[in-house]
Design a protein around this ligand. Structure first.
Ligand SMILES: [Mg+2]
Length: 265
């Protein structure tokens, strides 16, 4: 993992897209601050297309896609997305409604068992979810990492996949992750997924960003990725000095400078 200060100019200039995580990357403990929001406009002015990519619910992605300077917002760890189609917004769900309903029933049954055995509490964002179900492991409640690991392997025995972020344990029956979800969206739009990944930079902070850190052409961790680096099979290539939203703003400043969008220091 190298300092973002050493990012080569050619790398910055070859980029077309910046894909960013929300929690603890653009948001500081769930809150969007001015420097992080401003950074999105700097990136767009530097000729980059923005895509949000989060474990948060589809309902959050709809608001982000409507109001923020992004072309799409991928939610629920890659399973589903809201994207712009001209002035309109559309939901991209690769799974048919009948299958979606069956998966929800199976996830609900697994969640009830996990609740009973480990006493986990459901996160407060489940009402807006379409593909997965989440337990709060660090947002409003602290859960020991060993309990999270046991609950995750219990879910696996029930045939349910899990993702762990800094705040939630997700149960899902979908096969996408943040990288394949982005690739599926590119493919559906008629682009080459391989090329789309290569010309995109991904910035994140946690273990639910692992697939993205492995798949995107350029990968950046905000400074708070530190404690998670050892849990990542492939860590981000670059890391910012600052944490969370300030780290995202730092990245935007560096990219804008290297791309010649603002005067260098
Ligand atoms: Mg995060």
């Amino acid at each position: 993992v190298r300092s973002i200060d050493a990012l080569p100019k050619n790398t910055a200039r070859a980029l077309e897209t910046v894909v960013f995580d929300l929690d603890d990357t653009v948001l500081d403990h769930g809150v969007l601050r001015e420097d992080a929001y401003r950074a999105m406009f700097r990136l767009r002015e530097a000729g980059l297309t923005l895509v949000a990519c989060t474990g948060r619910p589809a309902s959050w992605a709809e608001i982000v896609a409507r109001q923020w300077p992004v072309s799409a917002a991928i939610a629920e760890n890659g399973a589903i997305a809201w994207r712009r189609r001209g002035a309109a917004l559309e939901l991209f769900d690769p799974v048919a409604p009948a299958e979606r309903a069956l998966r929800r029933e199976r996830i609900e049954r697994a969640a009830q068992e996990i609740e009973r055995v480990y006493g986990l509490l459901r996160a407060d964002d489940n009402a807006g979810r379409k593909t997965d179900l989440t337990f709060d492991i660090g947002e409003h409640h602290v859960v020991h990492p060993d309990t999270v690991r046991l609950a995750a392997s219990h879910a696996a025995r029930l045939g349910v996949r899990t993702f762990t972020s800094s705040v939630h344990l997700h149960l899902t029956l979908d096969t996408h992750d943040k990288a394949t979800g982005f690739a599926a969206l590119a493919l559906d739009a008629g682009a080459s997924p391989v090329r789309a990944l290569r010309v995109a930079l991904y910035v994140g902070d946690s273990t639910n960003d692992a697939a993205a850190f492995a798949a995107f052409g350029t990968t950046v961790g905000v400074a708070n990725v530190g404690p998670w680096v050892r849990a990542l099979t492939i860590p981000p290539r670059w890391v910012t000095r600052e944490k969370m939203g300030a780290g995202f703003a730092e990245l935007a400043q560096i990219l804008a400078t290297l791309r010649g969008a603002v005067p260098g220091p």
